[in-house]
Design a protein around this ligand. Sequence first.
Ligand SMILES: Cc1ncc(C[n+]2csc(CCOP(=O)(O)OP(=O)(O)O)c2C)c(N)n1
Ligand SMILES: [Mg+2]
Length: 588
Amino acid sequence: MLTRLSDWGVNRIYGYPGDGINGLLGALDRAQDRMHFVQVRHEEMAAFMACAHAKFTGDVGVCLATSGPGAIHLLNGLYDAKLDHQPVVAIVGQQARAALGGQYQQEVDLISLFKDVAHEFVHMASIPDQIRHLVDRAVRIARMERTVTCIIVPNDVQELDAVPEPPRKHGTVHSSVGLCHPYVIPQDDDLRRAADILNSGSKVAMLVGAGALGAGDQVMEVADLLGAGVAKALLGKAVLPDDLPYVTGSIGLLGTKPSWDLMMNCDTLLMVGTNFPYSEFLPKEGQARGIQIDIDGRLLGMRFPTELNLVGDAAETLRVLIPYLERKTDRSWRDQIEKNVDEWWSVLEARAMNAANPINPQRVFWELSSRLPDNCIVSSDSGSAANWFARDLKIRRGMMASLSGTLATMGPGVPYAIAAKFAFPNRVAIALVGDGAMQMNGINGLITIGKYWKEWSDPRLVVLVLNNRDLNQVTWEQRAMAGDPRFAGSQSIPDFPYASYADSLGLLGIRVDHPDAIGQAWDRALAADRPVVVEAITDPNVPPLPPHISLEQAKHFASSVWSGDADALGFIKQTIKEAADTVLPHKK
Ligand SMILES: Cc1ncc(C[n+]2csc(CCOP(=O)(O)OP(=O)(O)O)c2C)c(N)n1
Ligand SMILES: [Mg+2]
């Protein structure tokens, strides 16, 4: 099994032991020259790391867990991979064949358990002769379908002699390693139709997502020709650098005002590699002519009634489309977009600099933004951090950035950063997470960092914790969506000494409770000789406002939910400050 995985180029497995996989662990011990086993604290973390490995390297990620409880623990991380279309192979143990069906200890119906998350391929080996083709098919299908696959191996099968080549007889399978991906491009007629639509529009908007990662040059060229503005779905944050004047940044609830204006005023929409879910942030039906490009035809024409749905690889499709595009001579639409973007950055700066109690979380991200090291890899988590990650960080060329986009689960921020360090030990990894996510998974991730960081050629991995003693994103959702006051019983979380805990693990902890200390804290963290936890004591009353909210709406919102909310005074003040920044002119 391990030989075949290394034939596929796999050289790292994230996992956790158990007697369901002792045969494989023994083999891993003997294969240390080829296969690195990374031991996590919890199987969910192994699955997040395998997902992040796939996200950051483009190769298949592999995780390993024992039968029963270990296998079950993998699930959430595997769904994260499945929903964000990442190739991950899960290998799990099972009780001995002779016990199956006997309500044996730790016997779980694993094929059924994994049938949804690994629906493209889940199989149990009943003899060693199957292992070669099960590995070949699991890896090939994971890569081809960009999804999760699963191999289940009963523990007694693991003890049998390997069969590197099945006997040549009826009823055996003779498989091989390797998969060459094709370029998928639309037909010429369809490209011409796309060009006609794009050439006849006068206000073109582009929306790019994770599928356009690696197509940045082509996206830029198309945007230049069409005089378009480009908004980025959350997982597409690293498609284009944020210092380009026509990049309007994120879209949606975590989005920016220029992205909102771009979508509300365009007459033509070109979507590339995105499955951004919230249609209300896209143009109204009938407002714009739409074209969508996606490698997966099943995902086309689903969020906006597009006129033309092109199946194709993002970079290659744009490359063959470009010769048909005419450069727009009227640049007034583009000029307006650039003006909006320029103003928006001033709004964000003003919002970041608003005083808060004690620290405004936006300021922490704002100060990090200009200090991001070249080629760093940034991860974030579900929570208010995702808002500031999406809006305030100016990503530059060469950087990578991700979080759990579609499942939007809490918990992957720190494990993603760990996987980034294993895949690229010479690059700086930065995890930006809330205290809830930190208590859920991050704290145990620090133990794993403590175990491994000396193996990394550049030891810098920085974890930012927004210590607001609150599950803040949901607190705001209670107020804004449900119209309820904050329910302290579900929202308050205990304080925890994140920085001193990091110290206790031999890492560096930096606790910041004053806005003037933020810059220095980042400088220290990014120059450290070991992994660092920056614990910022932040104000839970700073609202992650949706981008298009007016001052009136903000006042209305703040006053409509104030009754019974212990924090009303604080958050009304902060909300009005935030919203006012959008409408008041700014000094640059
Ligand atoms: C596994 C999981 N449980 C619950 C949620 C719902 N949820 C989304 S954000 C959030 C709060 C996160 O709190 P924290 O990490 O402290 O970040 P904050 O918003 O306070 O900055 C919760 C509970 C989720 N997305 N995933
Ligand atoms: Mg919190």
